[in-house]
Design a protein around this ligand. Structure first.
Ligand code: PEP
Length: 243
């Protein structure tokens, strides 16, 4: 694989200070892995997680950021603040943010531009709903999201795309290998920097399916939700890279 794999965990709204023991077990797997390893805890734990992971091969990231650097935006966190807390990456445009907070492609794009300006690597999520897949619209929807969410001038700036079919997130359902391969190839050909940009698959990745998903040609890693909460599951997904 010409690109270094990335295994990223998205803790969503889970995790308390008492859960940071997770990183001890994961750090051992990360040290032995050819992949980049990332965990995105809730914002409340970010600085603590960054400190815990300092000196290990684990990076930490945010789950969202505001497009502005600072100001009157109660409850929001800026990309600069994430960077200041020790983040290297930020997940943007996750389908839960798009659905729960009405995030449009234009909003995701402005957040991605803010993330890049702050020195973060944005992980931009795209993916179709079940209805869109059933009506044969999966590729069209993903292409539209990509065109609207990618930063205006992404050349020479590192970013990551996560293909996450909405119907596969947290449901135990995974897209078929053929569908994943087809959409990842479609994403790859629309990227400004197709050779170096990593495309992750997300949607019920678990120890049992990680190896087959990660072996697909255009799959450069995984964005893992539920299975990233349990150190043994997450380490076994890390262990599936390059097997
Ligand atoms: C996610 O939320 O990004 C995700 C892929 O969740 P899960 O692995 O639980 O489906």
């Amino acid at each position: 694989m010409p690109r270094t794999a990335l295994i990223a965990g998205n803790w969503k709204m889970n995790g308390l200070a008492g859960d940071l023991g997770f990183f001890g077990e994961v750090a051992r797997a990360a040290a032995d892995s050819p992949a980049d390893i990332l965990v995105c805890p809730p914002a409340t734990l970010l600085a603590l997680a960054a400190k815990t992971c300092s000196g290990t091969a684990i990076s930490v990231g945010g789950q969202d950021c505001h497009a502005r650097e600072s100001g009157a935006h109660t409850g929001d966190v800026s990309a600069v603040m994430l960077r200041d807390a020790g983040a290297d990456y930020v997940i943007l445009g996750h389908s839960e943010r798009r659905a729960d907070h009405g995030e449009s492609d234009a909003i995701v794009r402005s957040k991605a531009e803010a993330a890049l300006a702050a020195g973060l690597i944005p992980i931009i999520c795209v993916g179709e709903t079940q209805a869109e897949r059933e009506s044969g619209q999966a590729e069209t929807v993903v292409a539209r999201q990509l065109a609207g969410s990618l930063p205006e001038n992404p050349q020479k700036m590192e970013l990551v795309i996560a293909y996450e079919p909405v119907w596969a997130i947290g449901t135990g359902l995974t897209a078929s290998e053929a569908d994943v391969a087809e959409i990842h190839a479609a994403i790859r050909k629309r990227l400004p920097d197709p050779l170096t940009t990593r495309i992750l698959y997300g949607g019920s990745v678990k120890p049992a399916n990680a190896e087959s998903l990660l072996s697909l040609a255009d799959v450069d890693g995984a964005l893992v939700g539920g299975a990233s909460l349990k150190a043994s599951d997450f380490t076994s997904i890390i262990g599936a890279v390059g097997r």
